[in-house]
Design a protein around this ligand. Structure first.
Ligand code: FES
Length: 123
């Protein structure tokens, strides 16, 4: 990202983020990967604490979910990759089971500004 550009991207209004809900978003063009694939991410409340991660499994680099807004395992305890079932801690993104065990999701910095949740675009 070139210097002087705003690294913060609005995701949703703070009122839109409700417990149990996952808000998916596409990062702006400035954060695209070299191949031109837009990165996506998701935002949710983890026991009341907002968290955002890139929607990218550390195993193969593909999106975690097959169904819109569905990121949790059947016990509703861990984030789960739909492809090979890797489980991730909601608070840290650390993979605790599956082919990428020990690796982690990429967390996105968040801030509340002008009634919106905003994520900081990765460099
Ligand atoms: S792609 Fe996520 S566990 Fe394999």
């Amino acid at each position: 990202m070139s210097e002087g550009t705003n690294p913060w991207q609005p995701v949703c209004s703070t009122a839109d983020l409700q417990p149990g809900q996952f808000i998916e978003f596409r990062l702006t063009v400035k954060a695209r990967e070299p191949e031109g694939m837009p990165l996506t991410g998701f935002l949710f409340l983890d026991d009341g604490e907002p968290r955002a991660y890139l929607n990218q499994c550390p195993h193969l680099g593909i999106e975690l979910n097959w169904m819109p807004g569905r990121f949790m395992d059947s016990d509703n305890l861990f984030l789960q990759c739909s492809t090979h079932g890797a489980l991730f801690k909601t608070g840290t993104g650390e993979c605790i089971a599956g082919p990428c065990q020990g690796d982690a999701l990429t967390a996105l910095e968040l801030r509340k500004q002008d009634g919106q949740w905003q994520i900081r675009l990765p460099d």
